[in-house]
Design a protein around this ligand. Structure first.
Ligand SMILES: Nc1ncnc2c1ncn2[C@@H]1O[C@H](COP(=O)(O)OP(=O)(O)OP(=O)(O)O)[C@@H](O)[C@H]1O
Ligand SMILES: [Mg+2]
Length: 384
């Protein structure tokens, strides 16, 4: 065996599942903590524990038995992670880094303090403070309101465009950010092992589903120029080092219409923008994460070909036991790699799976993705 160490993952959704899959060839001891046995990762781990990763006791009880503890989601009980670290469990990424990431306000301040380009922002305690700032001209329309904590997949992010939108401002501690005129959004996945080796994957382009703020189409490699490419890798490596992160780190960038690069946000775990690496790279983001947290040598990422990835989302108007409509077309498409997460229930826009298309060029990949998108629907047998 490469290692007898017990590796714990907080969270057993699709990212946890794909981490478990990456661990299978090496027969690693992988243990998962999440709600119940219906979670995506449950059938693929060495052991599954039911519990709430946001609860101190549950994380402590689970984590005490582990040598290494990692996450598939950053919204976990960080107090427990600090205590487990004190008890000698290797928590990767470190809880000190998570503290700075889960609060978007602290995350933005980290960029500011480290000279990392990010959209201009201010922090406010509540709606009254935002209205006052607007009134006094400290901020101006349009802007983006982001809740400081607990936001993900676009929940907790809204554009306040004009005075008609002002009523929608949410009454929570917020980051108020300038609205960037976006040319495109790009993501870089960096990895760092405990010995300090760093390797980055090629930047990819992310196109978002309008209105849902969910990744819709991913294009690999990103169509950016060399200097932008190099700058993004450099910024990613600077961040992973500055936060002393062991594991993978996704860095989401904005590229503005003027050609400026801003860091939007980061996620210290495998990420939707790296799913194509499973079939399209010498090393997948999931295997690289395991290598990093085990302090094994990292592999230098290298893509095999251009690729396009789409998320398979629950169709609007359907809630319940999922049914895949149009799978024949998908199954006969060469170069299409289908991942189904095995979730018990579909909901509008819920991430139910993904498909990676390897292609001779990006246009062919986009065409194949478009065709499948038209025929494949995740519905239920009984419309709601
Ligand atoms: N300042 C901004 N200017 C323009 N667009 C923005 C801005 N901030 C956010 N957006 C848009 O909203 C999307 C979601 O924002 P952000 O990444 O901060 O939220 P999120 O909830 O953490 O999403 P996820 O967790 O899925 O990455 C961005 O990908 C981008 O399309
Ligand atoms: Mg985001």
């Amino acid at each position: 065996m490469l290692t007898e160490k017990n590796i714990g993952i907080l969270g057993g959704g699709q990212l946890g599942k794909m981490l478990c899959e990456a661990a299978l060839p090496w027969h690693l001891n992988i243990h998962v903590l999440d709600k119940d046995q219906n979670m995506s990762a449950a059938p693929y781990c060495t052991s599954f524990s039911s519990g709430n990763f946001k609860k101190y006791e549950d994380v402590m009880n689970f984590g005490k038995g582990m040598d290494i503890l990692t996450i598939e989601i950053e919204h976990v009980n960080i107090d427990a992670l600090f205590d487990l670290q004190r008890l000698g469990v290797e928590v990767r990424p470190r809880p000190e880094a998570l503290v700075k990431i889960v609060d978007k306000g602290l995350q933005k301040q980290f960029y500011q303090e480290n000279d990392i380009p990010t959209a201009t922002f201010r922090l406010y305690e509540d709606k009254a403070a935002i209205l006052k700032a607007l009134d006094e001209g400290e901020i101006s329309l349009p802007f983006v309101q982001k809740t400081r904590t607990e936001g993900y997949d676009g929940r907790g992010v809204q554009v306040i465009r004009d005075s008609a939108d002002v009523g929608n401002i949410v009454d929570v501690p917020s980051v108020i950010e300038e609205l960037v005129d976006l040319e495109k959004e790009v993501a870089v996945m960096a990895a760092r092992n405990a010995s300090g080796q760093i390797e980055s994957f090629e930047p990819v382009e992310m196109q978002f589903k309008e209105g849902a703020n969910l990744l819709d189409v991913l294009i690999c490699p990103a169509r950016i120029d060399r200097s932008q490419h190099d700058k993004m890798l450099e910024i990613g490596e600077k961040i992973i080092r500055a936060l002393d992160i062991v594991g993978v780190l996704a860095i989401e960038f904005f590229l503005s219409k003027e050609g400026k690069i801003y860091v939007n946000e980061i996620a210290p775990r495998p990420h939707n923008s790296g799913h194509h690496t499973i079939e399209n790279n010498q090393v997948s983001q999931f295997e690289q994460h395991l290598r990093a947290i085990l302090d094994f040598p990292l592999i230098k990422p290298k893509d095999h070909s251009p690729a396009v990835m789409i998320n398979v989302l629950g169709e609007e108007g359907y809630i319940g036991r999922p049914f895949i409509e149009g799978s024949r077309n998908l199954l006969k498409t060469e170069g299409a790699y289908f991942h189904w997460y095995g979730k018990a229930e579909t909901k509008p826009y819920r991430k139910m799976g993904h498909i990676t298309f390897l292609a001779e060029d990006i246009d062919h990949g986009l065409k194949a993705a478009k065709e499948i998108r038209q025929s494949l629907k995740i519905i239920t047998k009984t419309p709601t």
